[in-house]
Design a protein around this ligand. Structure first.
Ligand code: DGL
Length: 262
């Protein structure tokens, strides 16, 4: 039995969409969540900057004796997952490979769209991993940093969100995609707006596939808890009251968070 918590991180509240799936698949585990809102958006930073920011959260997790790190952020996965997998003494899981694999299972015509931050899109990580799984796939990527702002500003569900999402996703009008990866963990929060703009297209949220990989790793490393999870500790490096308010509107339970200075 291993009752150490699992560390989950994102630049903000987006990673809570992955945390939600982790809680469903691993109800017996304890979690520590860190939203690095003081440094949001990660998507407009260089890959090295994002690696350094992610590394310092990994170092914090190690001081908290976590048994696994889940990078619940596509941008940080693209910039830091490979390095941290080599550097940390614990399993590290990202969201891109699970999302890429899930999309290939779903597509029928091989035309797959990806929406994410500019950092994720420019890394071409999704494209590389999708083509590894299915060589004849056509991958169309679109950077949508404004969608992150909509979510972090609490504008999901508003007319403004509907308009911005519909307008930007026009890019896919002539691409004949049948599958669209929500390649940013903030985007499941505006899933309704995306569905409305892309009728008939199957959306892939990498969160569930990531949670299943986390479960498999726990089994492989034999590090499951004894079934008595502690309440999740939520931290933000930004404004604590704001994080608590935002997270509580999105999660089904009310939470309290703490300010973290790293
Ligand atoms: N949630 C992050 C992701 O999945 C991105 C948000 C940001 O730009 O910080 O890529």
């Amino acid at each position: 039995m291993d009752n150490r918590p699992i560390g989950v991180m994102d630049s903000g509240i987006g990673g809570l969409t992955v945390f939600d799936q982790l809680k469903k698949v691993l109800p017996s585990e304890s979690f520590i969540y860190v939203g690095d809102q003081a440094n949001l958006p990660y998507g407009e930073k260089t890959s090295e900057e994002v690696y350094q920011l992610t590394k310092r959260i990994a170092d914090y997790f190690l001081t908290r004796n976590v048994k696994m790190m889940v990078i619940a952020c596509n941008t940080a996965t693209a910039a830091a997952a490979d390095r941290l997998k080599r550097e940390l003494p614990i399993p590290v899981i990202g969201v891109i490979q699970p999302g890429a694999k899930a999309s290939v299972k779903v597509t029928k015509n091989g035309n797959i769209g990806v929406i994410g931050t500019n950092g994720t899109v420019n890394s071409k990580s999704y494209e590389r991993l999708i083509l590894k799984e299915q060589q004849d796939a056509n991958v169309f990527q679109l950077g949508c940093p404004d969608f992150v702002t909509i979510v972090e500003d609490g504008d999901a569900g508003t007319e403004k969100a509907r308009e911005v999402v519909a307008d930007q996703l026009k890019y896919f009008d002539d691409k004949n995609i049948d599958t669209l990866i929500l390649g940013c963990t903030h985007f499941p929060i505006i899933e309704k707006e995306v569905t409305n703009a892309m009728p008939g297209v199957t959306l892939v949220d990498p969160g569930m596939a990531t949670a299943i990989i986390a479960k498999n790793q726990i089994e492989t490393y034999k590090i499951a808890s004894d079934g008595k999870p502690k309440p999740t500790e939520f931290f933000t490096t930004g404004d604590n009251e704001y994080f608590t308010k935002q997270a509580s509107t999105f999660l089904t339970t009310t939470i309290t968070s703490n300010k973290l200075d790293l």
